[in-house]
Write a protein that binds this ligand. Sequence first.
Ligand code: PRX
Length: 656
Amino acid sequence: MRLMNEPSTELSALSTETRRFDPPTELAAHANVTADAYEDAAKDRLAFWEAQAGRLQWDRGWDRVLDWQPPFAKWFVGGELNASVNCLDRHVEAGLGDRVAYHWVGEPEGDRRTITYAELLAEVSKAANALTELGIVQGDRVCIYLPMIPEAAIAMLACARVGAAHSVVFGGFSAQALVDRITDADAKLVITADGGYRRGAPSALKPAVDEAVPQCPSVEHVVVVKRTGQDVAWTDKDLWWSDVVDRQPAVHQATSFDAENPLFLLYTSGTTGKPKGILHTTGGYLAQVAWTHWAVFDLKPETDVYWCTADVGWVTGHSYAVYGPLANAATSVLYEGTPDAGGRDRWWSVVEEFRVSILYTAPTAIRTFMKWGDELPGGHDLTSLRVLGSVGEPINPEAWIWYRDVIGGGRCPIVDTWWQTETGAMMISPLPGVTSCKPGSAMGPLPGIAVDVVNDDGDPKRAGFLTLNEPWPAMLRGIWGDEQRYRETYWSRFEGRYFAGDGAKWDDDDVLWLLGRVDDVMNVSGHRISTTEVESALVSHPSVAEAAVVGANDATTGQAIVAFVTVRGSVADDVSSGEAFAKELREHVAKEIGPIAKPRQILITPELPKTRSGKIMRRLLRDVAEHRELGDVTTLADPTVVNAINDKMGDASTED
Ligand code: PRX
């Protein structure tokens, strides 16, 4: 594996931070979890996780906590449970049927749905009955391609209820991305909607499905939720959700499944062009997700109103907008739209309206709000907030302090949570009633989690590569259909360790700093995008000869995609140098992958800088993209290329 990024010196400098913020006294006094948890876990890690799994309802107890045949883990071996029952039935049976599960907020002003646990159970039961009628059985895969509407959570829980694995594809992905994911998973059913609301207007979803499904022979049916009422094309595989779900009985007798029954696949970018289907199973995943959600947010389900702003298309939406909060009988807000829909203070009016007490979001959003100004949150009553969370990318101390002061009124602890699609649940994070936090740091591993920072040889060091050296309950169980890639990607770089792909550093106070990716994966607004994937999309355009893509630092989005492109000889200079051409290439990438992968900048250049062995010098391109002093160019086959690229950078085409 090639490690291309040195953690930047700018980020490394953060670890000289000396400010500390203690837990609020009141919160610490009543915290769900105290410092004892670290001691308990250190004494007996497996017993610690057994205790957390005991918070769930098992229909059959496990025979063994862990079966570890590296790199394959089974947790709670022999145990049986149903994830949907754990999220719904047991709460209703405990008398919590009238508790609100979701306050759903649609993007159009005034669009609201309040769904109690009893109502959610009824909806999920109907959907599960519909899945059964459509021939979905345990072990099948169902692709879910929906906006942030309650049906997204309902569909996920219905799959879990019948033992089928869901594969949620983010609504911002293109038809081609959908084809790749449906085909890889061999999905029998697609659940989608006519469209969703984005930035004040209906935005169609179904056309992408219409384009994808004819290329996916595994798909037998497409179930379509009517959300916007826009016109849709119709095929004989299509069924309206309202026709197939609404008439079903609102009762569904769930059976229990093995702890290792697949719960979901979630595709994420790797260092090659092909996305990886990350496989998660039921018991260990739910145990760790439920415990971390309760411990890290200090959740008091009776009184808290919790809002995770992530889309269900990403792992944060799976673990902390659906499974974690529901397993804990929490009341959540679910919001359909963008942060600026109906005004740039939309989020703050939602916090005020529902008296949100726990907010979980991404640094990119925080930085955007910082840019928009303090007056917007300042115009709303945010005194209900008591815990703030951050996820998806390193949070810079400036944004951390702003989040604490302006959003949290200086009262709320911030939990900066590091984890990944692959880890399934939070791994590195402070505990809000225990940890004295440094702004910008995720502080250290949670109880029951073991990390090491290692050098190239795998020896523990103060700075280097982040590794996890013990299996954890919510860990991925593999890459769907590709055991070899699973071994190679995560377990081959360092003997006996899971390599996360991130750089990290311990500071002098033994506080851990996450320093960003060290491989060919970019992190744009907290979304993982592979450089190779964008490059393949670009070279699939008939005018492009070669492309090199790098992630350049960006003040708002963390990283931004910058593409260096050489065109084929047949393309005239005046065409390739024009704004229209760059726009065409950006649109092409949007079509191949999705709008989230559109480069911010496209630079047409006569050559790409390469080493004598022909490898593109990405580090150099990143320097160019970030306008830094250039590093060593002596290995360049043609050093003049860099000057040519640098000259062009000034007038490069930029997406605003
Ligand atoms: O680089 C790390 C970054 O996001 C990557 C995982 O991305 P994904 O699988 O999409 O999951 C994102 C949501 C869990 C990691 O390899 N990352 C995530 N959280 C943090 C972070 N980097 C620094 N600090 C974090 N809190």
